[in-house]
Design a protein around this ligand. Sequence first.
Ligand SMILES: [Zn+2]
Length: 141
Amino acid sequence: MTRITDLCHPETVRVAAAHQAEAEKIAAELAAIAATGMILPGSITQRRTRCGRPNCACHADPPRLHGPYWQWTRKIAAKTICRWLSPDQHRDYTPWIDNDRRLHELLSRLEALGAAAFDADPRWERQASRPASRTGTRAPT
Ligand SMILES: [Zn+2]
């Protein structure tokens, strides 16, 4: 995917046209989603609950649980944060969660493009005769 156009200046890495076209497509979608400002991390899940009243149907056999309720959950620094949502909040914020998920998918695709170009760099071939670095995968010669 990646081609080095000037071997005297190998720092000049140019991406292939197909790579560039895909990156621009991804960038356009990223920008469109970002421009909405409607991005929310975390997830929304449906919950059914038991209350504290011992004679309530939610403690019967079989139980008739309360709900459904909607709960937004997010992990911040290994701590889970939850908030209950009203039905209209659930309806309004679900697209925000979907947007956040899509942003991450698009970033992953950009990273995959970059990783593929990195792997295709012809300088890896020219380095084959060099001793491997400590973090390299090639065995010392
Ligand atoms: Zn109950």
